[in-house]
Unconditional design. Structure first.
Length: 202
């Protein structure tokens, strides 16, 4: 039996507390609410920058090597469906029909038809920046060292070069967001993760 701390302080403690089934279900619901709005919010940006040509709209395929592995995935499959994510379960034959060049070392598969990937994220971001600049925005290639609240409606951003004033600030610096958020008394439990993937030519 694993005893969980009542008031977690370390990253590991917070991870354990967030891994409880009830907490996992809550997190999934909140993420589902956010993700439900992402696609609709992104579409106007894609239209402005002709970004649809940079998307791979073929969905995402998950493969399972055994009946046991597929059965173990059942809670995750139902969790997806309960939170509005469309999942199609494929038999071995259906996977083979969809991807005939795959070696048949799989049991079954899952198809997320609504999923898509950005083929060239840098090109998409560059186009978005160009549109923002064209509409009167600006790009400052500098590092933000500090964020300070000046009053109830304004903030100051101290950069390597100068201090900027802003009414609203969006902190979107990945894992480097944490030290900036702490300055605004928002302790985000952020940490790095290693992402792995495999590209193959079919």
């Amino acid at each position: 039996m694993l005893a969980l701390p009542t008031s977690p302080d370390s990253q590991a403690d917070r991870f354990l507390m967030a891994s409880r089934p009830r907490k996992v279900a809550y997190i999934a619901r909140q993420l589902g609410l956010l993700l439900a709005q992402v696609d609709g919010a992104l579409q106007p940006f894609l239209d402005d920058v002709n970004g649809r040509e940079l998307l791979n709209m073929k969905g995402t395929l998950y493969l399972y090597g055994s009946a046991r592995g597929f059965a173990n995935a059942r809670p995750d499959i139902e969790n997806c469906r309960n939170n509005g994510i469309a999942v199609e379960e494929l038999s071995h034959a259906e996977v083979a029909e969809l991807e005939p060049n795959l070696q048949p070392h799989y049991y079954r598969g899952l198809l997320f038809n609504d999923a898509y990937q950005v083929i060239n994220p840098l090109k998409l971001l560059t186009r978005m920046i160009s549109v923002v600049i064209g509409q009167g925005g600006c790009l400052l290639p500098t590092r933000v060292q500090n964020i300070q609240r000046r009053d109830a409606v304004s903030l100051s951003l101290v950069t390597d070069e100068k201090t900027l004033s802003a009414g609203k600030v969006v902190i979107a610096a990945g894992v480097w967001s944490r030290p900036l958020a702490v300055q605004l008394r928002d302790r985000l439990p952020l940490d790095t993760e290693q992402g792995c993937h495999l590209n193959y030519c079919g």
